[in-house]
Design a binder for this molecule. Structure first.
Ligand code: BMA
Length: 823
């Protein structure tokens, strides 16, 4: 049946028109009427695409993500694949002075033929390619054909031709997303294809190839700005540049020139990050005119703000924090990994959902991790609009990279293109050279394979790339700060806690207890994490429910950490009674992960201003699998994301046990003081109160304050302290402190009262229970989002939760469980 479908489609495609008509003087997308070749047949497709998704769309292969299909589909990356399209050029377009063919992204080794003439040989997925093709285009039908060669095999032959293999081996030889070669959260699909748009661009006389807006001085009355134009002119001529109401005449020679124009914005409205104000955006239109005729226009959307990375020596080491518009900001967020191995499947809606999730969870920063991709423009636009600052890695991770001239030239072009592309985004806080390379070289066993001379040579190569080439390109093409490597020092270097950013993997990779998060507090945490499996409904997309069992080949195909499951079990048995079945294992695994990461975030926030950032690993997934993510491949929030949202609230109550006392902190990330009434109530799990105390408290703006210390021996065994901060009437923050581990709490099975009523855009649930409920997991038959989940319910307290369904439904069927149901 599958084959029959495929052949019907092949047959239909033979009769489908594969041409379209271009207009002159335009940006002309070449998106449709593409075909790819499968066994001598040309099959229709749309670009962007990738060979795996194209084959899958014709059912020529099984779903790459299903079961253990990954193994069976490795043949795809070993062969060449071909794409082509036909398009019609009309005389009006051909009459334009210049016509360029633009490829925003080709993955990766590609030979491009226009009307059977070789016009380009591409070898870097992260570069834009432009080819002047006026001389080759012809009136009427034209053909564009692209042959993609197998990147992995080419990389492999490069390794073989080298005197020695570098750490990272084949993948480091090729400028292609490194996680395509497999990672500890990702399958190996070294795919190929046209992964970004292709279009024709025409111009006459003179054009603006780039416009950068530099912010020279931001003052209350005036913002002094500089518009830096890059212009291309095909002759000597006099032009006028304009931006807003400033104009100036210039003489241009033939070729590429840069010219700048200063202008001011009166009473500028600043751009602020999420939580601190409006992410206000300006639109500036830059124009080039010749004798009064507008020849080209570029509109730049940007925000006016200053972002500085401050590193000041102090008594403990060297501080590391960002100042936004002069204010020191505690950064809250996560690491972003690519949203799909096959990027062509990621929709605008997926990006909106992602950044919206970050915003509503009190994030102000995302780190774009260096083993993935430079994200598309839309991602940065959404971060601009939503006040999410971006820590942007260059795409180098966990390996040593070649340092020959041709490799470095290739990277230079990549860096120029990417830095220029992103330079006007107010969200861009930092460019970072790489992920975990300096740490890997100094503290993993990489050096063991090399002689002293080779080590010297490789390290010099590292210096050339990460301390020369990349910072040069960042400085030449932006005003963004450059940082060599994340982390600055590995955890093998004791200084990692006292300077720079840090990745702390003692928890998880080294099996240290979660309490270590409280001891190993760095100046700025850029990675820490713990694994969990996604929801059963997500796993049902990759295997039949009956086949979902730990230690089966099926599930292990989606657990890329060989010791992952046993690590989860080791941590789980310290906190919980072991679960009765797989579904309960997943639920406990998620609660375990959430509690552990919350511990880390709170420890970082309590240590403000010593520590000024808590960026956990990882926000999202690139396929349905076990990983460190808080949001799964389908966008479903795990318990972790609910916990993170609360742990990142601007005002937080947090406590920690130190020796024989419980220390209670209030943390205020707002830049106004917070006054309120703090109430502590000692109670047992049935809600019987044994003591209550109140204090008037006042927390200075942007601070963390220890406000109470309670002797541990005054606490109830097996009980709780409920901590509540109000402004007298309304709740500002609350928290429950447990005097025993979850597995030792005398939890009882309870009957929960749950009333559901329809409200605008969804449903409202009203929940109450007579005994304490630990980590209630609400589940709806319909896909959608609960405003809160996995939370603890105090006895006899009413909890109002909203459910927003993905599609309109007339009723809601909710089921629930809590910790006690896993026994
Ligand atoms: C971090 C990342 C990734 C990896 C993760 C989990 O260090 O940079 O390399 O996926 O650890 O092991």
């Amino acid at each position: 049946m599958k084959w029959l479908n495929a052949w019907v489609i092949i047959w239909l495609s033979l009769f489908t028109s594969d041409t379209f008509y271009c207009k002159a003087n335009e940006h002309i997308p070449l998106t449709d009427h593409w075909q790819f070749k499968y066994k001598d047949q040309w099959l229709a497709t749309h670009i962007p695409s990738s060979i795996h998704t194209d084959l899958f769309s014709y059912k020529l292969i099984d779903d790459p993500y299903y079961g253990d299909n990954e193994k069976k589909l490795q043949w795809i990356e070993q062969q060449s694949w071909e794409y082509r399209t036909n398009f019609i050029m009309d005389q009006k377009t051909l009459d334009q002075d210049h016509i360029e063919l633009v490829f925003k992204g080709l993955d990766t080794y590609a030979a491009v033929y226009l009307n059977e003439q070789l016009i380009l040989q591409a070898q870097n997925m992260f570069r834009e390619w432009r080819v002047d093709c006026k001389a080759i285009l012809q009136p009427g039908q034209n053909q564009l054909r692209i042959v993609f060669f197998p990147a992995a095999s080419l990389a492999d032959s490069l390794v073989k031709a080298s005197p020695y293999a570098l750490p990272g081996e084949e993948r480091v030889m090729v400028r292609k997303a490194q996680f395509h070669f497999g990672w500890d959260f990702a399958p190996r699909f070294a795919t190929c294809g046209i992964w970004q748009p292709v279009f024709l661009e025409t111009w006459n006389g003179v054009r603006i190839t780039h416009l950068r807006i530099d912010q020279k001085k931001l003052e209350k009355e005036n913002a002094s700005l500089r518009a830096c134009f890059t212009l291309e002119s095909d002759k000597e001529q006099e032009i006028t540049l304009s931006i807003e109401d400033t104009q100036q005449k210039f003489k241009l020679g033939k070729g590429i020139t840069t010219k700048s124009l200063d202008f001011t914005v009166k009473k500028p409205k600043l751009w602020w990050c999420n939580g601190l104000g409006d992410a206000f955006m300006y639109s500036f239109s830059g124009k080039v005119l010749v004798e009064g005729t507008e020849m080209d226009e570029t509109v730049v959307k940007t925000g006016l703000r200053s972002i500085e990375l401050i590193q000041q020596p102090d008594s403990m080491g060297t501080g590391f924090y960002f100042k936004l518009n002069g204010l020191p900001i505690f950064m809250k967020g996560a690491n972003l990994v690519p949203m799909d191995v096959f990027q062509n499947r990621v929709t605008d809606e997926n990006y909106k959902h992602l950044v919206d999730n970050a915003k509503k969870s009190n994030f102000n920063m995302l780190r774009v991790w260096g083993g993935g991709i430079y994200q598309p423009d839309l991602f940065y636009e959404l971060c601009d609009e939503n006040g999410i600052m971006v820590w942007q890695d260059f795409m180098f991770a966990c390996g040593m990279y070649p340092f020959d001239t041709s490799f470095l030239n290739n990277v230079r072009k990549e860096a120029q293109y990417q830095v220029r592309r992103l330079c006007n985004h107010p969200c861009m806080a930092l460019w970072c050279g790489n992920n975990e390379i300096s740490e890997g070289w100094h503290h993993w066993d990489w050096q063991d394979a090399f002689s002293t001379d080779q080590r010297k040579e490789i390290w010099n190569g590292y210096q050339k790339l990460f301390n020369q080439l990349l910072p040069e390109e960042v400085a030449a093409n932006s005003t963004t700060t450059y940082w060599e490597s994340s982390p600055k020092l590995g955890r093998g270097d004791p200084r990692h806690q006292f300077e720079g950013d840090s990745h702390y993997w003692g928890i998880w990779h080294d099996g240290e207890p979660f309490d270590m998060f409280e001891k190993k507090v760095p100046r700025f945490m850029t990675e820490f994490g713990f694994e969990s499996y996604p929801d059963v409904k997500t796993l049902e997309q990759i295997a039949p429910k009956a086949g979902l069992q730990l230690n089966t080949n099926l599930l292990m195909a989606h657990q890329k950490q060989t010791k992952g499951d046993s690590t989860i079990y080791d941590y789980m048995k310290k906190e919980f009674k072991l679960p009765s079945d797989f579904e309960n294992f997943i639920y406990l695994n998620q609660v375990l992960q959430a509690g552990g990461i919350m511990k880390g975030i709170e420890a970082h926030r309590r240590s403000k201003p010593y520590c000024m950032g808590s960026i956990y690993w990882q926000l999202n997934d690139c396929w349905p699998a076990a990983s460190w993510s808080g949001i799964d491949y389908y966008g479903k929030w795990k318990a972790l994301h609910y916990f993170v949202k609360k742990s990142f609230e601007p005002i937080l109550i947090s406590s920690a046990v130190k020796k024989d006392s419980l220390q209670i902190y209030l943390i205020n990330d707002n830049f106004v003081p917070c006054k309120g009434k703090l109430a502590l109530t000692w109670m047992n799990l049935s809600g019987k109160e044994s003591k209550k105390e109140f204090w008037e408290v006042s927390i200075p703006s942007s601070s963390s304050q220890k406000i109470k210390t309670i002797r541990i021996d005054t606490l109830l065994k097996d009980g709780i302290i409920y901590m509540e901060l109000t402004d007298g009437k309304n709740l500002i923050a609350d928290k429950i402190y447990y005097t025993a581990k979850t597995k030792d709490l005398p939890l009882e099975k309870i009957h929960l009262q749950c009333h559901v009523k329809p409200v605008k855009d969804g449903f409202e649930l009203s929940l109450t229970a007579t005994k304490l409920v630990k980590n209630i997991d609400l589940d709806a038959a319909e896909p959608g989002w609960f405003s809160d989940n996995y939370f603890d319910m105090l006895p006899n307290k009413k909890y109002i939760i909203r459910f927003t369904p993905e599609h309109a439904v007339s009723e809601l069927n909710v089921t629930y469980k809590s910790i006690v149901d896993t026994y």
